[in-house]
Ligand binder design. Structure first.
Ligand SMILES: CC1=C(/C=C/C(C)=C/C=C/C(C)=C/C=O)C(C)(C)CCC1
Ligand SMILES: [Fe+2]
Length: 347
């Protein structure tokens, strides 16, 4: 479904989208907050559990149907669709993989920026289509929303949990014998205070711009309330919950669930199943489509393990290998999603 034909969707489908794409992620993360607050007294493995689960539970597989996207969006043949996407993955994935090998510190910074843009673009689509937001009519307002939504998982943990952030950065860069000391300044109290104030101001600006649209009667109030509630809720969530746990859960239950909902809308049979309330049928179709490329993605994890000069065992080292593989796969995934955005009129 494109942004422009949102209004033509059936009410049953719209309700299913709100339930599974908007409310369910919210409930999932809210339930995690008590665990997050207890995290220091829970076994450390709990913190890594969501990333482990993400191998199968939406996280990793959410990009594994990218090869079907051109076919579903334009009707071109399956062979051309797969060929084009494989070429994009090979080119961008190999290029970015080399970047990690040669200059891991800047590759890590690029990973944060790529994730910021990608998770932001995912939420802009979710706001427009799944939550039916009307308060983001222009490109500038959508771009501001992208900056805020993507910045929440990438910047707020830096403000609230600098040591955990630094350790993960060090583990990723350390795989390639890089020196993360160049990033030290980012963790200083002055920079973190600047990020808190600056990003806080940008967040308020985005919410105020939406409120202005609603006040003028140009946009429905409810979706704006959803947007504002999510934004404030995610600020609190990423401040309170330790980042490996928080980001692992966000990846599976928020970003990936919303993207899977978006993908299923491109499949007429899945749309019908969803509007009839048949969630299991919809998920079964997704699992079938995503299995082959998920297995392919696991080969990339093995490849990073084999090629990294200093892979280390233990949860932190394994998470680092997994995240670098995700990084290498995410850059081409962003290219596919950006193309989807363009085709679907998001910008
Ligand atoms: C885990 C973690 C971090 C980074 C996570 C990233 C960048 C994840 C990206 C995932 C993607 C892009 C998934 C695909 O959609 C930070 C911020 C260093 C803080 C410490 C914990
Ligand atoms: Fe994604």
């Amino acid at each position: 479904m494109s942004v422009s034909d949102r209004s033509r969707s059936g009410t049953a489908l719209a309700a299913a989208l709100r339930r599974w794409g908007v409310h369910a992620p919210w409930v999932g993360l809210a339930l995690a907050v008590p665990f997050g607050l207890l995290a220091s007294s829970l076994p450390p493995a709990v913190r890594y559990a969501p990333f482990l689960a993400s191998v199968l539970l939406f996280g990793f597989p959410h990009g594994a149907v990218d090869h079907l996207v051109p076919a579903r969006l334009t009707g071109i043949g399956l062979g051309r669709s797969v060929g084009a996407v494989v070429a994009v993955y090979a080119l961008l994935g190999v290029g970015y993989g080399l970047w990690w090998l040669l200059a891991p510190t800047s590759a890590f910074v690029a990973f944060i920026v790529i994730t910021w843009v990608h998770w932001g673009q995912g939420d802009v689509y979710a706001l427009l289509v799944l939550a039916a937001a009307e308060h983001l009519p222009t490109r500038a307002e959508r771009a501001l929303s992208l900056v805020v939504r993507g910045g929440l998982p990438m910047l707020v943990p830096l403000v609230g949990h600098p040591e955990a952030y630094r350790r993960v950065a060090g583990a990723l860069v350390g795989l390639f014998a890089g020196d993360a000391a160049a990033l030290d300044a980012a963790f200083s109290p002055a920079v973190r205070a600047g990020v808190a104030v600056g990003f806080g101001a940008v967040t308020l600006l985005a919410l105020a711009a939406g409120a202005y649209r609603v006040r003028r009667g140009d946009a429905a109030r409810r979706p704006w309330l959803v947007d504002a509630g999510e934004t404030v809720g995610l600020w609190a969530y990423f401040l309170l919950v330790p980042p490996i746990l928080a980001i692992g859960l966000y990846f599976c239950l928020w970003h990936a669930v919303r993207h899977v909902a978006r993908l299923e809308l491109l499949d007429p049979d899945a749309r019908t199943a969803l509007s009839e309330g048949d969630l299991t049928g919809t998920l079964r179709r997704f699992a079938r489509d995503a299995t082959p490329a998920t297995l392919g993605g696991l080969l990339v994890v093995a490849g990073v393990w084999a090629l990294a000069p200093r892979p280390s065992a233990g949860p932190e080292g394994l998470l680092a290998v997994y995240l670098v593989a995700i990084a290498v796969l995410t850059l081409p995934h962003v290219a596919v999603v950006t193309w989807m955005d363009a085709r679907q009129g998001v910008w």
